[in-house]
Design a protein around this ligand. Structure first.
Ligand SMILES: [Zn+2]
Ligand SMILES: [Zn+2]
Length: 131
């Protein structure tokens, strides 16, 4: 496997520390706009792979848009946290990690025999500005 750290850097540059979550398609579009003349600019599928790996390595946070698309962002909060997603405007709030979820996972681990359980928890709603 060929590693592509330069694309990871480009992805991080595109995402910056913006407030919005972006889809792979948007990241790809931004990247093409930023480096129009770069030789061998990455294909959309390369971006998908890169971004997916970065999310697995917890370099990026992900949420699911109401239509099921995965969106990505660099979060300001390094600690584990959850997202509250406005279905109307796409605004995302961060909420602190809920210890109860770890307890639930622990209980499920005990009863299911599964190990190394992981989970994500995401809430969607309508934000105060959109209500
Ligand atoms: Zn986050
Ligand atoms: Zn809203």
């Amino acid at each position: 496997m060929v590693k592509t750290p330069r694309y990871e850097e480009a992805v991080l540059k595109v995402l910056g520390h913006g407030a919005r979550f972006l889809s792979c398609r948007e990241i790809h579009r931004e990247m093409e706009r930023a480096l129009p003349s770069a030789p061998g600019s990455p294909s959309l599928s390369t971006i998908y792979r890169t971004v997916h790996r970065m999310a697995q390595e917890e370099l990026l946070d992900t949420v699911h848009s109401p239509d099921g698309e995965r969106l990505y962002r660099r979060c300001r909060t390094p600690a584990r946290h959850h997202h509250l997603f406005c279905r109307l405007c796409g605004r995302v709030e961060e909420i602190v990690h809920l210890a109860e979820l770890a307890e639930v996972a622990e209980r499920v681990r005990g009863t299911s025999g599964f190990g190394e359980l992981d989970y994500s928890f995401e809430l969607t709603g309508v934000c105060p500005r959109c209500r």
